[in-house]
Write a protein that binds this ligand. Structure first.
Ligand code: VGL
Ligand code: ZN
Length: 206
C-alpha cells in the first residue's frame, strides 16, 4: 500500500472562528465563543484541518459604512445578487480579524482567506458571492484526495451554510456539526439555511 492510500479522506473545515464573530467582536455571533473548546477537541480526530478567515479590506463593499444612507443589516442589490450590509468587521490585520485566541490553530494545514476582493463578498469557503470566483479550497481538497467534509464554526446561517451548499454541489460528502456552530439568525435565516442544507443533502448532526 502506498502512503497516499493511507491518508485520511476526511477534512475538518473550521469556518471563521475569529475574534470579530465572538462576543465583544464587531459582528458578534451569540455564543460564538462557546464552540471553541469542542472544535479544539474535534481537531485531534482529523489528519486534515483547514481554517477559514473572513479577511476584508477597509471600506469593503459588504460594509454598511461604504454605502451612504444605509444601515447595518439593510439588504441591497449588488451586480452579483442581494447583499446584506454588515457592520465593519474582520478588517485585514486587525484584532477583529484574528483567530479567536483560544482556537488551536497549530494543527491547521491551510488557512483559506476570503472576502478580500473589495467589490465582492465571500460567504462560502469555496467561491466568492458571484458563485464563480474560486478561493482555491476545492483544488486543495481534490489534490489531497479528500472526499468527506465536516464543517463547524461561524456563522451557521451564513458562511457555514454557503460553504456547505457549495461543497455538496461540488460532490463532497458534507456534515455540519450544529452543536459546534452558532448562527446570526437574521429574519429567519437560520431556519432557511437548515432547510437549504437538508435539501442539498448536507447532514446536520450534533
Ligand atoms: C460572515 C457575515 C459577514 C460569516 C462573514 O462568517 O458567517 N457573516 N461576513
Ligand atoms: Zn464578512
Amino acid at each position: 500500500m502506498t502512503a497516499a492510500a493511507k491518508t485520511d479522506t476526511r477534512a475538518l473545515i473550521v469556518i471563521d472562528v475569529q475574534t470579530g464573530f465572538c462576543p465583544g467582536g464587531n459582528l458578534a455571533v451569540p455564543g460564538g465563543d462557546e464552540i471553541v473548546p469542542g472544535i479544539n477537541a474535534l481537531m485531534v480526530d482529523f489528519d486534515h484541518v483547514i481554517l477559514t478567515q473572513d479577511w476584508h479590506p477597509a471600506g469593503h463593499s459588504s460594509f454598511a459604512s461604504s454605502h451612504p444612507g444605509r444601515a447595518p443589516y439593510d439588504v441591497i442589490d449588488m451586480p452579483y445578487g442581494a447583499q446584506v450590509l454588515w457592520p465593519d468587521h474582520c478588517i485585514q490585520g486587525t484584532r477583529d480579524a484574528a483567530f479567536y485566541p483560544d482556537l488551536h490553530t497549530d494543527r491547521a494545514r491551510a488557512v483559506i482567506r476570503k472576502g478580500f476582493n473589495p467589490a465582492v463578498d465571500s460567504y462560502s469557503a469555496f467561491f466568492e458571492n458571484d458563485h464563480e470566483t474560486p478561493t482555491g479550497l476545492e483544488g486543495l481538497l481534490r489534490a489531497l484526495n479528500i472526499s468527506d467534509l465536516t464543517l463547524v464554526g461561524l456563522a451557521t446561517d451564513f458562511c457555514v451554510n454557503f460553504s456547505a451548499l457549495d461543497a455538496a454541489q461540488l460532490g463532497f460528502d458534507v456534515a455540519v456539526r450544529e452543536d459546534l456552530s452558532r448562527a446570526i439568525d437574521l429574519d429567519g435565516s437560520l431556519a432557511a439555511a437548515r432547510t437549504a442544507m437538508k435539501k442539498a443533502g448536507v447532514a446536520l448532526v450534533d
